[in-house]
Design a protein around this ligand. Structure first.
Ligand SMILES: O=C(O)CCC(=O)C(=O)O
Ligand SMILES: [Fe+2]
Length: 346
């Protein structure tokens, strides 16, 4: 995979460097700054989490626990999704988003609360968005567009592989929290978990209509998996309060913790605000962000194990469905509702 204009020279981690300059094409009257640090993001080796060597496994779990607790996001490598699956995915997306087929995909643009597939371009939410996207439900049922030919098979394979990884991470993370391996699977009823995948196309800056691809947000759910064809513009607000640039190593997966893991662990494992800036991108960028959620009917509340006198419950309990609807959006357009669920004392 190629690299966008922000070069990614690091292997699986980067060293801190000075603040990136803001986009020089941008008018000096704009006060908002998009600069961010090139800070180190932890890398977790998926295969070591299941190593036969007990010492190696326990070191890998400790590292995962630290990455989850201190950061809330990390790169996942050695995850076993074959390169061909990722390459086919971006080939299929490139065909789907072909400018020549714009009229064809508008069929998914009509909004209905029961949509299982939705397409939109530069949607005007409160932040203003500068992306084209296709959102599909991928679990418990898959709903994929029938065109271009072969795309649904490619999507099916990608999401099947990804789900196995998510279940593996649920087991490993349960252990990092000191529980038996199936703790998170049970707490979220992951077997019937509700997953939505957003396939995003960010235009290069010469055709974009603004600097922001997606505005500041966190995502609901257990974890969010993200793959991409090129680097460019994803920034996460770190626990130290500074924006950091995300440069995902080739074929690695970015894992971000979702709001519902934060609720379950009463804030021990937190979701983090992130955004996408397209201002510096010379070429278009494709990403697949999949929100892996609890079962829609599962009430998610801070688990007793994380609540005591010093740590009172920080969030209200709600079913996943209720919390998705708390913002007035329908399921396919999942949005964070942490602000509605957070208790005043938190
Ligand atoms: O495309 C990206 O880099 C991030 C996408 C994202 O945050 C989302 O779809 O929720
Ligand atoms: Fe997101």
């Amino acid at each position: 995979m190629a690299t966008n204009v922000i070069s990614s020279s690091q292997e699986y981690s980067s060293t801190p460097s000075p603040v990136q300059p803001s986009n020089s094409n941008h008018s000096s009257t704009v006060t908002r700054s998009y600069s961010a640090f090139d800070d180190e993001i932890p890398t977790v080796d998926y295969s070591l989490l299941f190593s036969d060597d007990p010492l190696q496994q326990s070191l890998a779990l400790e590292h995962l626990g630290q990455a989850s607790c201190k950061f809330g996001f990390f790169y996942l490598v050695n995850h076993r999704i074959p390169d061909t699956v990722l390459n086919n995915l971006f080939k299929g997306m490139t065909e789907f988003f072909d400018p020549m087929n714009l009229e064809e995909r508008k069929v998914y643009g009509k909004k209905d609360p029961v949509d299982k597939i939705r397409w939109d371009i530069n949607s005007s939410n409160s932040h203003g968005e500068n992306r084209e996207y296709l959102k599909v439900m991928t679990h418990p049922q898959c709903h994929f567009p029938s065109n271009p030919s072969g795309f649904s098979e490619v999507l099916n394979e990608y999401h099947r592989e990804m789900r196995n990884i998510v279940v593996g991470l649920a087991k490993a993370m349960s252990k990092t929290l000191g529980f038996e391996a199936n703790y998170i699977e049970k707490a979220f009823e992951l077997e019937s978990g509700f997953d939505v995948s957003a396939m995003n196309l960010y235009p290069p800056n010469h055709v974009s209509k603004g600097h922001v691809g997606i505005g500041d947000h966190t995502d609901p759910g257990f974890i969010i998996t993200l793959t991409q064809d090129v680097n460019g513009g994803l920034q996460i607000l770190s626990h130290t309060g500074k924006w950091i640039n995300v440069y995902i190593p080739d074929h690695a997966i970015l894992i971000q913790l979702g709001d519902h893991l934060e609720i379950l662990t009463n804030g021990k494992y937190k979701s983090h605000v992130h955004k996408v800036i397209v201002a510096n991108n010379e070429v278009q960028r494709l990403t697949v962000a999949t929100l892996h959620g609890p079962s829609l009917d599962k009430v998610v509340a801070p688990a007793l194990e994380f609540v005591d006198e010093d740590h009172p419950p920080a969030y209200l309990g709600m079913t996943y469905k209720q919390s998705l609807e708390a913002k007035g959006h329908d399921e396919i357009d999942v949005q964070s509702s942490l602000d509605k669920i957070r208790l005043p004392s938190a």
